[in-house]
Design a protein around this ligand. Structure first.
Ligand code: SAM
Length: 383
C-alpha cells in the first residue's frame, strides 16, 4: 500500500528537506512554500520519522479537496474513509488548523467542523453514536492554502525537533531542525573542522556530530504513529534496526563549541552527552574574539546574538565588527551565520557570497554564506 505524506519545513529550506526525503528513497510529489509532499510504501511513515532531520513532523494525508464554504468542508471531510486508518476506540482530535489566503479562515471554526465531520464518518462505518476515545491518540491537522484543504493524521506526535537530547537551553536556542538544515546546506563534511564560537546550548555542534556519525535524529525517541494500526510494529522496529546499522560511531571528527557563558557551556556538554556525541565535540568557555586555529579549510557555522535583549542591541555593531576581525584570522575558512540583525553584513565588514532569507517561525532571519576555497586534492599515492 502507498501512503501520501507531507512534512513542513522552515520557509526557505524546502530544497534541503526535499533532498533528504529523496535520499531515503521516497518519491517527491510536489514542493510548496514551507512543505514537501511525498509518497512511499508502509515503511515510509516509520523511516521518515526516524531519518528526517529537517522537518517538525510527518503527516499522513487522509484527503485533499477544495472548500470555500463550511458545508463543503464538512461534506468532503465526512466522505473520507477515516475508519480505514482509525479504530473504533481511537482518541481522535483536531490539534491544529491553519489557513492561508482562503475563504475559510477561522481556525477554531475549521477545527470544530472537521471534528464533527470525522465523528459522522466514524458513526457511519462503526454504526454507533458514542465513541469512548479510550485508545491511541490520533491528532488530526488541517491546512487550507488558497481554498485547497489538506487533512492529515500526525504520525510524529511530539515535534521532531525534540530529539530527546536538549534538556538545557540557552536564552535563544536555535531549533534542532533549523540547525540541521543549515549544516546540510553547507558543503561541510565530517573530515573538516567545524567551529561554533557562539554555541549556546550546543545545537550546531551536536547536530553536526549526529550527521557526521550517521546517527538518526529519531534514534532515541518515540512517535505517535507507533500506536497506530496502519503501520505494523515490526516496520518501526525495522526502521530502528536500519538506523543502528547505518551508524559510524568510530568516525573521527573535529567539532568545537565556544561561548562566553561558562554555565551554558556546562549545559552544552550535558546535552552532547545525552545525544551520545560528547566524544566528538570539544566545548570550552571562550570569548569569540579569541578565536584561533592552526587548521585550514575549516567551517564556522553559528548563530550570533541578534539583540534578543534590549541592552544587547546597542552592543551589536561592536560585536559584529569584532566577529569580522576574528573570522578574518582564519585563512581559507568558510563561514555561515544566521541572524535577524539587519546590519550584520555592514558591521561584519565583508559582503556575503550568498545571503538567504529564512523564516524562523515569524522571525525573518538571514543566513550569510561566505565560501572559502576547497582544499587542494591530495596527489594520488604511487604503488
Ligand atoms: C543566539 S545565542 C546562540 C544559541 C545557540 N545556537 C543554541 O542553540 O543554544 C548566542 C550566544 O552567544 C553567546 N555570546 C555572546 N557574546 C559572546 C562573545 N563575545 N563570545 C562568545 N559567545 C558570546 C551568548 O552567551 C549566547 O549563548
Amino acid at each position: 500500500m502507498n501512503y501520501d505524506l507531507v512534512s513542513p519545513c522552515h520557509f526557505g529550506l524546502e530544497a534541503v528537506l526535499k533532498r533528504e526525503i529523496a535520499d531515503i528513497g521516497l518519491d517527491i510529489v510536489r514542493v510548496e512554500d514551507g512543505r514537501v509532499y511525498y509518497t512511499g510504501d508502509e515503511s515510509a511513515v516509520a523511516r521518515a520519522n526516524m531519518f528526517l532531520r529537517t522537518t517538525e513532523r510527518v503527516l499522513l494525508v487522509v484527503g485533499e479537496f477544495e472548500a470555500r464554504t463550511y458545508d463543503e468542508l464538512f461534506e468532503n471531510t465526512k466522505a473520507l474513509n477515516w475508519s480505514d486508518l482509525m479504530p473504533e476506540d481511537a482518541n481522535f482530535y483536531v490539534t491544529k488548523a491553519a489557513s492561508i489566503k482562503s475563504k475559510l479562515f477561522s481556525p477554531s471554526d475549521i477545527q470544530r467542523i472537521i471534528g464533527k465531520a470525522v465523528v459522522e464518518s466514524m458513526k457511519r462505518r462503526y454504526k454507533k453514536e458514542y465513541f469512548s476515545k479510550s485508545g491511541a491518540d490520533y491528532p488530526i491537522r488541517v491546512t487550507i492554502n488558497k481554498d485547497r484543504v489538506t487533512i492529515s493524521i500526525d504520525t510524529s506526535g511530539e515535534s521532531l525537533h525534540k530529539r530527546g537530547y536538549r534538556k538545557l537551553t540557552a536564552k535563544a536556542p536555535i531549533t534542532e531542525t533549523l540547525a540541521a538544515a543549515i549544516i546540510m546546506l553547507t558543503p561541510w563534511k565530517s573530515d573538516r573542522i567545524l567551529v561554533d564560537p557562539f554555541c549556546g546550548s550546543g545545537t550546531f555542534p551536536i547536530e553536526a556530530a549526529l550527521i557526521g556519525a550517521g546517527i538518526a535524529p529519531g534514534r532515541n525517541r518515540s512517535f505517535a504513529g507507533q500506536q497506530h494500526d496502519y503501520v505494523p510494529s515490526k516496520t518501526w522496529k525495522d526502521a530502528l534496526e536500519e538506523a543502528i546499522s547505518l551508524e559510524k560511531r568510530d568516525v573521527e571528527m573535529s567539532i568545537q563549541g565556544y561561548d562566553i557563558d561558562g554555565e551554558i557551556i556546562k549545559a552544552a556538554r550535558q546535552n552532547a552527552k545525552l545525544a551520545g556525541v560528547e566524544q566528538y565535540i570539544h566545548f570550552q568557555q571562550r570569548d569569540m574574539r579569541e578565536l584561533s586555529s592552526t587548521k585550514q579549510y575549516g567551517f564556522v557555522i553559528t548563530n550570533p546574538p541578534y539583540g534578543e535583549r534590549l541592552e544587547e542591541k546597542a552592543a551589536l555593531p561592536y560585536l559584529y565588527k569584532a566577529m569580522g576581525e576574528a573570522f578574518a584570522k582564519l585563512p581559507n575558512w568558510s563561514y555561515f551565520f544566521i541572524t535577524s540583525y539587519e546590519e550584520a553584513e555592514k558591521y561584519f565588514g565583508r559582503k556575503a557570497d550568498k545571503n538567504r532569507k529564512i523564516y524562523n517561525g515569524m522571525i525573518k532571519t538571514y543566513l550569510y554564506e561566505f565560501y572559502g576555497p576547497k582544499p587542494p586534492r591530495r596527489a594520488p599515492v604511487a604503488d
